[in-house]
Design a protein. Structure first.
Length: 449
């Protein structure tokens, strides 16, 4: 029985070393340069970047709408229980790849001779579940405010039976969204899906994508429903949309890759990928960014630095892997000096180890360590256990003294590391603050270092 999800820790989409060229001969120009990216199941990925940076090109390559020239793109096929590789795939097989994907593109390619409803019904494939296809199509259009209720819950003209020419640009865009999602594809590629939409309909689209990824709580959704007077400029959902949303997004795990400049959508992103001149310049897992910044902040050396500066330091440690997921060796190798992995029972620092240029500051990413100390030269005894988000190794670096504790991995432990040189840079900035903290350390001596 093939699994609809890739093996644990594996991406649904893997892009490796992708280059792309337009034109031939003298006019041949390279527009994509060595792009590598992994997208995990259920992630909402936002892709940003200036006009002409290659966002649409990369999206069309992933979708198998354009021939891949160099590099590899792999898309997980849940029905087959394996990846589909795009390089050199003949056209008939690309059809299978396209079937895995829901496209929401700027040119929406609706059939002009068909009504909104017919456009959706003809895209619909038989699925072996209890969903009634006609009811599902109606719910989608209704939720996207093309049915008989407007955002205020007042009656409006139903748009189900209009042809594209009789619809506004934004209405056509929403029909295209409904069509892309009606088969509940596991991967959605969307190029500026809200560009033609007002704030409220834009929010409806993005909230749907978000809930197809994973179920949001009633509280989270309640925040999006506010009366007109309160909403002001902010977008909102209507109360009548919530039950429809719940019904539409019964199955979750959809991954979305969305090109947008819309700052409101960025706030929902799990991963933010930024392109510049044909290259992925940054690839940030939002949860990891917050995890590392908050972890560093607890330490005296970082606490006194301005928030902007803290974030910059945190960003230098990121490896683009959600802190809930274990790192793979190739991910560690791809970001030298950022993350180390220890086996159960292994010592990470040892009491008495001298401080030198190899000494580090550690932030625990996953796993648990035990801290052993020998107060006043007595025997070592276990004084603490520290888990994810906690740090150690600071005191020795701050005071230029040998390690005051042994820190040992209990299970498999992953740590972010800041090396001595880096650390000294922050130390200088925070000196006065640190001095005050140090007085505490020397008198109490509770923090493992
Ligand atoms: N069919 C084509 N033939 C030749 N050059 C092309 C073609 N399509 C795109 N390009 C060029 O490739 C580069 C990347 O274009 P792409 O459409 O991917 O950018 P984009 O990031 O989507 O921009 P925008 O934000 O404006 O949509 C641009 O320099 C563009 O001029
Ligand atoms: Mg584009």
């Amino acid at each position: 029985m093939p699994s609809s999800l890739p093996p644990p820790g594996s991406p649904v989409l893997r892009i490796t070393g992708v280059n792309h060229y337009f034109g031939t001969g003298e006019t041949r120009t390279q527009v994509l340069f060595n792009n590598t990216l992994e997208v995990m199941p259920g992630e909402l990925v936002i892709m940003s970047g200036p006009s002409g940076s290659g966002k649409t090109t990369i999206l069309t390559l992933i979708g198998g709408l354009r021939k891949l020239q160099e590099g590899q793109i792999e898309v997980w096929d849940g029905d087959r229980g394996d990846y589909r590789k795009l390089l050199g795939t003949p056209e008939p097989e690309l059809v299978h790849v396209r079937r895995l994907i829901g496209f929401i593109f700027q040119r929406h390619n609706l059939f002009d001779s068909l009504t909104a409803m017919q456009n959706i019904r003809m895209a619909q494939r038989l699925r072996d579940n209890e969903r009634d296809p006609d009811a599902d199509a109606r719910e989608l259009l209704q939720y996207l405010i093309l049915g008989d209720l407007d955002i205020q819950g007042k009656p409006q003209k139903v748009r189900f039976y209009h042809k594209p020419a009789q619809l506004s640009g934004g209405q056509r865009q929403r029909v295209a969204v409904a069509r892309a999602l009606v088969n509940r594809p596991k991967l959605v590629l969307a190029d500026e899906p809200t560009a033609a939409l007002d704030a409220n309909t834009g929010l409806a689209v993005v909230t749907l994508l978000q809930n197809l990824a994973r179920t949001r709580s009633d509280e989270e959704l309640a925040k999006l429903v506010r009366p007109d007077e309160e909403a002001g400029e902010a977008a909102r959902l209507a109360p009548w949309q919530i039950p429809l949303l719940r019904s539409l997004a019964r199955e979750t795990g959809t991954t979305s890759l969305i090109v947008t400049h819309d700052a409101r959508i960025m706030n929902l992103a799990d991963r933010i990928v930024h392109m510049e001149r044909g290259r992925i310049e940054s690839n940030v897992v939002v949860a990891e960014r917050i995890f590392v910044r908050d972890g560093l902040r607890q330490s005296a050396a970082f606490a006194a630095i301005l928030p902007d500066e803290q974030q910059k330091i945190a960003d230098e440690l990121l490896i683009g892997v959600h802190p809930d997921l274990p790192v793979r060796p190739d991910q560690v190798a791809a970001h030298p000096g950022r993350v180390e992995v220890y086996e159960p029972g292994q010592d990470i620092v040892k009491v008495g180890d001298p401080v030198n240029e190899h000494s580090k500051f550690y932030l625990i990413r996953r796993g648990t360590v035990e801290v052993w100390r020998a107060p006043e030269g007595g025997a070592l005894r276990k004084v603490a256990e520290l888990g994810p988000g906690r740090y150690f190794g600071e005191v020795a670096l701050l005071m230029d003294k040998p390690r005051n504790a042994t820190v040992r991995a209990i299970d498999r432990v992953e740590v972010y590391t800041v090396d001595r040189l880096e650390f000294d840079r922050y130390k200088t900035t925070s000196r006065p603050f640190i001095n005050r903290i140090l007085e505490n350390f020397s008198t109490k001596g509770e923090v493992p270092g």
